[in-house]
Design a protein around this ligand. Structure first.
Ligand code: FAD
Length: 436
């Protein structure tokens, strides 16, 4: 069947970044700051991806989770400094939340999600990025190994974007998939989670946490909940507000029907949990459900099969790569699809030291003007359970943005870009531009 598409508008740009999440926002900033004309498209009405869509406050991977020594420079650190999480020249992260389930992992917290949205808008506009929110990528056509155009659906209709270099930072490798690049999805994927926030919670105690867990277990036994995790409570936004990580929905977040089912299930489960806690746990007696989502969080879907596939062995052995472009540091954090109480998995977490992420893992094998950044880069499922975290995604995104800009300037393909030039450019990433 042939369908002819009428395009409402054509945009020409040096670098097109698809997805303005952790990886995409860093990619767009890096490409624009290198002087490339950069267009950023995002289906949500704001940048920040999971941090602003789901309200996830953690900048995990910014530091070695055991020593607290900062391992990511550039946008992640710049963001931490702008949000006053640490000074711009900090060497270690020191903002801990002892009430958080993640404690004692050394990480950083964004304590105001609405301020983050504004900071990101300002930074993108100041860098000169052409931003299009409310815009979903829905097609990529390829000729002679290059993406000729990316189609975006938005209020204008179908918009064709022609770019010298394209960065797929959609989390789900949507662009790579539409372009016919090889991707893989390891079934079963990790579960999706709808985070939610509860206000007017009384002083938090270990007893309240135990009681909330007991109510989840009872709801599971009575068939009111299909599965649950934790539940994990943290209080990054206010002492009387609980940020809840407890819903678990197995499924495929890259499948439209399954994603819809997961949203519906996640909302229903969050409601059951809230009602049980309000009824049975004294700390929640006067509480109210502030919000969930607005999107369910998708941990894992497609990853590209790139020129190098990063493995958990590489990570655990802290294998050095000549083409290293970013540093990962988070533990192997694979979430189970079954009910687990307390922690995310029944297995004890494995902590690697800081490890290299090679440039080749960003490059699909056959599409020459496409780079992939964030959780969908090339790696095994276990490796991705570490490199998928927010600050690591920013570090990889920044490298992808820089590489795309340099390749666009030199009129070469992404694989032909000499990696030494990219590595030299990454060493000069400026800190503090967001704060100005
Ligand atoms: C429930 C949950 C809890 C997590 N907890 C933590 C945690 O505590 N700490 C941590 O560091 N990490 C955590 N993670 C992992 C981490 O948040 C993500 O892996 C990370 O955000 C990956 O960055 P990304 O840029 O690849 O994806 P995202 O940040 O998800 O960004 C992808 C962006 O692309 C956009 N997009 C998608 N498809 C399209 C399209 N077709 N067209 C246009 N735009 C599109 C999305 O709207 C989104 O803005 C969690 C993940 C989940 C789901």
């Amino acid at each position: 069947m042939t369908i002819t598409t009428t395009v409402a508008r054509v945009i020409k740009t040096d670098v097109l970044v698809c997805g303005a999440g952790c990886a995409g926002l860093a990619a767009a900033l890096a490409a624009a700051r290198q002087g490339a004309h950069t267009t950023l498209v995002e289906r949500a009405p704001f940048a920040g991806g999971i941090m602003t869509c789901v309200g996830l406050p953690f900048l995990d991977g910014i530091a070695d989770s055991v020593s607290g020594k900062l391992v990511t420079t550039g946008v992640a650190r710049e963001l931490a400094a702008t949000m006053r999480i640490c000074p711009p020249d900090a060497q270690t992260i020191f903002d801990f939340d002892p009430t958080c389930v993640y404690w004692p992992h050394k990480t950083a917290f964004v304590r105001n999600i609405e301020a983050l949205k504004v900071i990101l808008d300002r930074a993108l506009l100041a860098a000169g990025v052409h931003v299009l929110y409310h815009s979903s990528v829905c097609e990529a056509s390829v000729k002679s190994g290059r993406i000729q155009r990316v189609l975006v659906a938005n209020k204008d209709g179908l918009v064709a974007i022609q770019a010298r270099q394209v960065i797929d930072a959609t989390g789900d490798a949507d662009v790579a998939h539409f372009a016919g690049a090889r991707t893989e999805l390891t079934a079963p994927t990790q579960p999706m989670t709808l985070h939610f926030r509860i206000g007017n919670v009384a002083r938090w105690t270990a007893a309240a946490e135990q009681a909330a867990r007991r109510e989840c277990r009872r709801a599971l036994d009575r068939g009111e909940l299909p599965v649950f995790y934790g539940p994990g409570f943290s209080h990054p936004f206010a002492p009387n507000e609980a940020y809840v990580h407890a819903v678990r929905v197995p499924g495929n977040g890259a499948d439209a029907a399954d994603l819809t089912r997961a949203e519906i299930q996640g909302r229903a489960d969050a409601q059951v949990m809230f009602e049980r806690w309000k009824e049975k746990v004294p700390a929640f007696r006067k509480a109210y459900l502030i919000t969930s989502g607005p999107y369910i969080g998708v941990r894992e879907t497609r990853r590209i099969v790139g020129r190098y596939v990063l493995t958990a062995n590489d990570i655990q052995a802290q294998r050095r790569f000549d083409d290293a472009i970013a540093t990962g540091a988070w533990y192997l954090d694979l979430h189970s699809n079954r009910a687990t109480e307390g922690s995310a998995s029944r297995e004890p977490p494995l902590y690697p030291g800081p490890y290299d992420i090679p440039y080749r893992a960003l490059l699909p094998r056959r599409v020459l003007n496409l780079l992939v950044a964030g959780r969908c880069l090339s790696g095994t499922q276990r490796a991705a359970s570490s490199f998928r975290v927010t600050a690591t995604a920013m570090a990889v995104g920044e490298a992808a943005g820089m590489a795309a800009a340099l390749a666009a300037k030199r009129r070469c393909t992404a694989p032909d870009l000499p990696v030494a030039i990219l590595q030299a450019a990454l060493r000069y990433v400026s800190a503090g531009a967001m704060a100005r």
